[in-house]
Design a protein around this ligand. Structure first.
Ligand code: NAD
Length: 530
């Protein structure tokens, strides 16, 4: 009998023994920076002529890992290998597949600080943010292993006389798993293991900004007993090899998390049927957000300001769930601005290996440039920068947490995803106005409302059109099993990662109906009645 699923606890780094473990992990990782990692197709380690480097965003000359740039031939080979492996992997009992995931979970637990230390170096996560990412990866593995056992069990059907009916969930085939860099362990691992535990085989193409952490996870899968060829590790340019694996006629599905632009491109390409292809490709695409927190008059402004600031600037605002718009009731607008600025100015921006750092650099040069352009655009469109706005790109891609007030509904920084530490603050006439502003974007991922009014809470449940709505709390920090995650409209296909519906996206249901001879049927009935 399974125990109940429980989330992996976060580490309390104020305890010296925990801080010591993390410091040791950071030292270990420092000693391993700059190594070269291969592609792995069907268990074979492959090197290519062309390489690329993954850099530390907080120390931009520091190479975290060197990677192979897959060629189109290798991309094709990865899909073909996955297709061959599918012939045996799909027949492996689901209990066996789940066991591999349970072992993966154990290894992740044993090495959690080391994995977090890799994220600290590769994507600039603070200790707490990296620890949260690792905990979520552990949760995904544990949760999906359990879920596979549930999907493999007897499925309830309405009984009729004279027939034995069974519904069984079968895998789909070869899947391309294309994760983003911002939850480089959790989302990458979650999509990969969901695809594999359900009996599919995978071509995993991690983000070029976070390939090292993906390789570390891939090695853990191998150590846990994942057979060669079930997950194939392929690094390289998304534009060069991404299209090839998406277009391949043997590709059966694509699990993508990333920007709206790439998600739409994949969706469109996947719709085209190529020669030899005998199915409609399934696309699971989780995309961007323009998430808002509404603050009503009469609430505890300190609590609301803390929620806004944590949601806006955790991991430099580079979360799809990050609050990028604070929509504030006019009666409390000025006091809220004061409290938001006060808290924002306390944020310590710096080297993420330092335990005191709560915010570090943004991911890369391109992001650094576009975020700065958005700040300029915000000013040009009438926004008032209250704090931040400065950037120092010398050592790393550091941008101060920036609060821009008096942003008009419809302004560029009120509509487009910035994906950086920039909060637009908008004044609302009343609650109706606030809800209208909140809903008036093409996205619908997360949102939050702070209000003391029960009726307004109910209205938010009914009218605030987002996949993940939080009431009187911050809008980030979804927990596996507790807050299944996914958005509406241009935020994606609402896959609800970490929820009971998720594995169904990687499965197809087969019904078999067997006629039972009348005599057998009667015997069966009698037996059932005893
Ligand atoms: P991105 O779209 O730039 O890249 C995502 C992945 O797509 C990367 O692995 C990239 O290499 C790959 N890629 C690029 N071009 C491709 C192509 N032509 N074919 C196939 N793959 C290709 O996104 P990003 O910068 O890595 O991540 C940030 C974005 O992800 C933000 O928009 C954020 O909101 C979103 N996100 C959404 C969720 C969610 O659950 N909705 C979660 C995390 C991040």
């Amino acid at each position: 009998m399974q125990t109940e699923f429980r989330n992996e606890p976060f580490t309390d780094f104020s305890k010296e023994e925990n801080a010591q473990l993390m410091r040791a992990a950071i030292e270990k990782v420092k000693g391993e920076l700059g190594r070269e990692y291969p592609l792995v197709i069907g268990g074979e380690r492959i090197k290519t002529e062309a390489k690329f480097e993954s850099l530390n965003p907080a120390k931009k000359t520091e190479v975290v890992g060197r990677f192979q740039r897959a060629t189109p031939d290798l991309a094709n080979r990865a899909v073909e290998t996955a297709n061959e492996t599918f012939k045996t992997w799909r027949l492996t009992p689901s209990t066996e597949r789940a066991k591999i995931l349970f072992r993966t979970t154990e290894i992740l637990r044993e090495r959690k600080h080391e994995l977090s230390a890799w994220m600290i170096h590769e994507v600039g996560k603070s200790w707490a943010e990296a620890d949260g990412d690792t905990a979520e990866a552990i949760d995904f593995c544990e949760f999906y292993a359990r879920e596979m056992l549930r999907y493999a069990g007897d499925q309830p059907l309405t009984k009729i006389e004279g027939e034995d009916n069974r519904l069984e969930y079968l895998p789909l085939g070869v899947g391309c798993v294309i994760p983003p860099w911002n939850f480089p362990l959790a989302i990458m691992a979650g999509m990969t293991v969901a695809a594999a535990v359900t009996g599919n085989t995978v071509v995993l193409k991690p983000s070029s900004d976070a390939p090292t952490i993906a390789y570390k996870f891939f090695e853990i899968l191998e150590e846990a007993g994942m057979p060669a060829g079930v997950v194939n590790f392929m690094t390289g340019s998304g534009a060069e090899v991404g299209d090839i694996v998406v277009d391949h006629p043997l590709t059966r599905f694509i699990a993508f998390t990333g920007s709206k632009e790439i998600g739409l491109r994949i969706n469109e390409r996947a719709a085209k049927v190529h020669e030899g292809q005998i199915w409609i490709k399934r696309v699971v695409a989780e995309m961007g957000g323009k998430d808002a927190i509404i603050v009503d008059a009469g609430v505890d402004l300190d609590e609301a300001a803390t929620g806004v600031v944590q949601s806006a600037f955790g991991f430099q605002g580079q979360k799809c769930s990050a609050c990028s718009r604070a929509i504030i009731h006019t009666d409390v607008y000025d006091s809220m601005l004061e409290k938001i600025v006060e808290r924002t100015e306390k944020i310590k921006v710096g080297d993420p290996t330092d335990t005191a750092t709560s915010m570090s650099a943004v991911i890369n040069q391109k992001a650094f440039k576009t975020i700065n352009e958005y700040i300029e655009k915000g000013k040009a469109e009438g926004g008032r920068v209250l704090t931040g706005g400065g950037a120092d790109g010398e050592q790393g891609f550091f941008i101060e947490p920036t609060v821009i007030a008096d942003v008009e509904p419809g302004a560029t920084i009120e509509q487009e995803e910035i994906f950086g530490p920039v909060l637009a603050v908008i004044r609302a006439r009343d609650f109706d106005d606030a809800l209208m502003i909140a809903n008036d974007t093409q996205f619908g991922l997360t949102g939050a409302v702070y209000t003391n009014d029960e009726e307004k809470l109910e209205r938010a449940r009914r009218e605030f059109h987002v996949g993940n709505l939080y009431l009187n709390r911050k809008c980030t920090g979804a927990l596996v099993g507790v807050h299944p995650f996914g958005g509406f409209n241009m935020s994606g296909t609402d896959s609800k990662a970490g929820g009971r519906d998720y594995l169904a996206l990687f499965l197809q249901a087969k019904l078999s109906s067997t006629k039972i001879a009348a005599s057998k049927s009667r015997t069966a009935e009698k037996r059932a009645a005893i």
